[in-house]
Structures are given as structure tokens and as C-alpha cells.
Design a protein around this ligand. Structure first.
Ligand SMILES: CC(C)(COP(=O)(O)OP(=O)(O)OC[C@H]1O[C@@H](n2cnc3c(N)ncnc32)[C@H](O)[C@@H]1OP(=O)(O)O)[C@@H](O)C(=O)NCCC(=O)NCCS
Length: 200
């Protein structure tokens, strides 16, 4: 809380945002077992695009610890981690997050996401990103979002471009992914551009 001017606004943030085919919600500790199953099933699929995870991450206690970290970050206005759910049956089909929230003159966050392999290709990632863009520039009052994508991850780049993100440039050795310092393409959108997309 120490001097963060935004804490009042943050306490009013919606914890769920619904779209017609895809919803995002703040996770609960009770989601740990479902997330563990999803993470285990998608380990080989997501692994090439994810930081290396300790073996403990793929245990119930590891997922509970990750959920506690997400909860603490929500409370401190540091990151907003969501589960992506199919509103037809409330099944968790992935995760999407605004992370590295910095206030002050920057009002910036990064954006990350993954979708269950067997639920892929149906627009869920694109819809979840659209919902997080609305959350970021609406209630969370951010000014800039900066997702980063490994250039060969064309599927993920497509999700960003479809949502109106603009390529800003290539950052060399930007993130350690699957054990390797990978170059990333930095995409961005500011609140002005988001307002243009929504026709405001
Ligand atoms: C990347 C990922 C999030 C996409 O999820 P998804 O729900 O399948 O995405 P969507 O259905 O919303 O959109 C995918 C788009 O990419 C296109 N696409 C699929 N495979 C592609 C490929 N190999 N090359 C280029 N585009 C591809 C799809 O046709 C679709 O575009 P369209 O709507 O114009 O047809 C998902 O595959 C995933 O979690 N991958 C592993 C983790 C990851 O890469 N996370 C992102 C790290 S930056």
C-alpha cells in the first residue's frame, strides 16, 4: 500500500469479465486441482514457450503456491492473473495475465497467455486478450500494454495482431524461455489506440 495512489481504484476492479464465447476470472485457491490437471496435460505443448518450471510446479502444492502468488499480486496492484474459462460449462481452458504492473509515469504492464491444446484454434486466446485489453485500459487504468513474443511463435503473434497490437521492435535475449535467453518481438498498444479500436 506504501504510497500507491491507485489502491482505491484497484479495490473496485472486476474479478470476472465475460465475452460470448470466452470469459476470464480471478482464480480461487480451489482451482488448484483443475489447474494442475490442465498444466500436466499441456506440459509438452506449453513448455517450449514458458520459463523452465521446477518439478514442484506440477504438484497440487505447487499450483496452490502459484495461486497464492497470483492472489497477493492482485492485492498489491503488481499483476492481474486470470483463468480463462469456457462460459458454456465453466471449465478452465487456460490462463492470461497482466504482469509487471508499473504505475507512476509509465502505467505499463506486460501481457501473457496460454490456452489448452485441445481447446485451441477456436478463438479463445484472441477473445481472452481482448477481455484483458478492456480490463487494462478500463478499470485498471493502465496506459500501455507490452506483450512480447518469440518471433517463431507465429500463432501467438497472430493473436496479438488480430487484437490491434503494433510491432515496436525486436529485443535481443529478452526473456529466458525453456532455459534459453530468447530474442522477442515487442508488441504494444496504448490507451489511445485501444479507444480507437472500440470506436470511442
Ligand atoms: C498461442 C496460443 C495462445 C493460441 O491460442 P488459440 O486459442 O489457439 O488462439 P486463437 O484461436 O485465438 O487464434 C490463433 C490464430 O493463429 C492462427 N494460427 C494457428 N496456427 C498458426 C500457425 N502455425 N502460424 C500462424 N498462425 C497460426 C489461427 O488460424 C488463428 O488466427 P485466425 O483467427 O486469423 O484464423 C496457444 O496455442 C498456446 O497457448 N500456445 C502455447 C503457449 C504460448 O505460445 N503462449 C504465448 C506465449 S507469447
Amino acid at each position: 500500500l506504501s504510497g500507491r495512489g491507485t489502491i482505491r481504484a484497484v479495490s473496485r476492479l472486476p474479478e470476472r469479465v465475460d465475452g460470448p464465447t470466452t470469459s476470464v476470472r480471478r482464480p480461487l485457491l480451489a482451482d488448484a486441482a483443475e489447474l494442475l490437471d490442465l498444466r500436466r496435460r499441456n506440459r509438452a505443448f506449453v513448455g517450449p514457450w514458458d520459463p523452465l518450471r521446477p518439478e514442484s510446479f506440477f504438484t497440487l502444492e505447487g499450483q496452490r503456491a502459484a495461486l497464492r502468488a497470483i492472489d497477493a499480486a492482485w492485492r498489491d496492484d503488481r499483476a492481474y492473473g486470470f483463468v480463462v474459462v469456457d462460459p458454456a460449462d465453466e471449465r478452465i481452458i487456460g490462463q492470461a495475465s497482466l504482469s509487471n504492473v508499473v504505475r507512476g509515469a509509465w502505467q505499463n504492464a506486460t501481457l501473457g497467455y496460454w490456452i489448452d491444446e485441445s481447446s485451441g484454434g477456436r478463438g479463445h486466446a484472441s477473445a481472452a486478450v481482448r477481455l484483458l485489453v478492456g480490463f487494462a485500459f478500463g478499470p485498471a487504468a493502465l496506459h500501455r500494454l507490452m506483450p512480447a513474443v518469440i518471433p517463431r511463435n507465429e500463432r501467438s503473434a497472430r493473436v496479438l495482431r488480430k487484437n490491434g497490437f503494433r510491432l515496436e521492435g525486436r529485443a535481443l535475449r529478452y526473456l529466458q524461455i525453456n532455459g534459453v535467453w530468447e530474442d522477442h518481438d515487442l508488441y504494444a498498444m496504448t490507451a489511445e489506440e485501444a479507444a480507437g479500436l472500440s470506436g470511442a
